[in-house]
Design a protein. Structure first.
Length: 267
């Protein structure tokens, strides 16, 4: 992987670093524990929408700063907002989260601290969730007399099952990092200092795979979860046949026979 890192400030609270095929996006709003207001959500959404057609990036890491990853929607913005403003924020959030879940790139969420409400919903749109030992995750909207609106009611049960999701959603209880792993809501837990290095290591391993197989592997599982088994199995064979026809499919097989590392072209 190229070692050159380029950094960009997308918004005062959104910092992007690019290194080779890996993007690392940091939410940095420590005074509000990473809470997302309309403006941040919009800039985040625009970045994600543009990323979808950026074939130089194959893996995106999203993380936060300090003791908060994202403590949800910015509740200050909810206070006194008109119904139209409130609904507009929910529509913007949904667009941003749906775009994230649909990215062809592999996404890793490194949850450094509180991931609550929209913070957990953001993480749930990623392919992998890694958590720091001190992280706490939950959907506490019910404590405000509300419920989640960024996909939490639909994506959380897929990972943890309906009963556990209802317990978390209806009580507003936060999961510890350990519970999140045990419930299947996170892949791994790490001491805080090891979280980002581990996310980067996973990102590098993923970015080293054959690019088309990598993206298709994600799509085949995500689409399969939304379709019948028969349709999923048919799709799986069609994708495999297509991969066999790619240059990288031929290169991978040749490299194995010749006992050398493959050189992927992404074709
Ligand atoms: N929106 C706006 N501000 C938030 C926020 C949110 N979702 N979450 C935290 N903050 C702010 C706090 O108001 C506080 O600001 P202040 O210093 O100006 O008073 C600052 O972040 C630090 O939070 P604080 O509550 O003092 O930290 P804590 O360690 O005592 O508690 C939490 C941490 C996460 C348990 C608590 O902040 C909380 O419950 N936040 C709301 C979570 C939530 O309901 N999210 C869903 C929103 S729909």
């Amino acid at each position: 992987m190229s070692t050159d890192v380029t950094s960009e400030t997308l918004h005062p609270n959104l910092l992007l670093a690019r290194q080779g095929a890996v993007h690392e996006l940091r939410i940095d709003r420590q005074d509000k524990l990473g809470a997302l207001n309309f403006e941040i959500m919009e800039v985040l959404g625009r970045y994600i929408e543009e990323l979808a057609s950026d074939d130089t990036c194959r893996v995106l890491i999203i993380t936060g700063t300090g003791k908060g990853f994202v403590a949800g929607a910015d509740i200050d913005g909810y206070h006194g907002a008109t119904q139209a403003q409130f609904d507009g924020f929910q529509r913007r959030s949904r667009k941003t989260f749906d775009a994230l879940a649909a990215l062809p790139q592999i996404t890793i969420c490194a949850v450094n601290g509180y991931a609550l409400g929209g913070g957990l919903e953001l993480a749930l749109c990623c392919d992998f969730i890694l958590v720091a030992e001190r992280a706490k995750l939950g959907l506490p909207e019910i404590k405000l007399g509300l419920l989640p609106g960024g996909g939490g009611t639909q994506r959380l049960p897929k990972l943890v099952g309906a009963m556990r999701a209802k317990e978390l959603l209806l009580t507003g209880r936060m999961m510890s990092a350990q519970e999140a792993v045990a419930y299947g809501a996170a892949l791994e837990m790490h001491p805080g200092d090891d979280l980002l290095p581990r996310a980067r290591e996973l990102a590098a391993t993923l970015a080293d795979q054959a690019p088309v197989a990598l993206a298709e592997g994600k799509r085949i599982i995500d689409d399969g979860l939304e379709s019948s088994r028969a349709a999923g199995l048919t799709f799986e064979q069609r994708v495999l046949g297509g991969l066999y026809a790619t240059d990288d499919g031929k290169e991978g097989i040749a490299a194995f026979i010749e006992k050398r590392d493959p050189k992927w072209s992404g074709k």
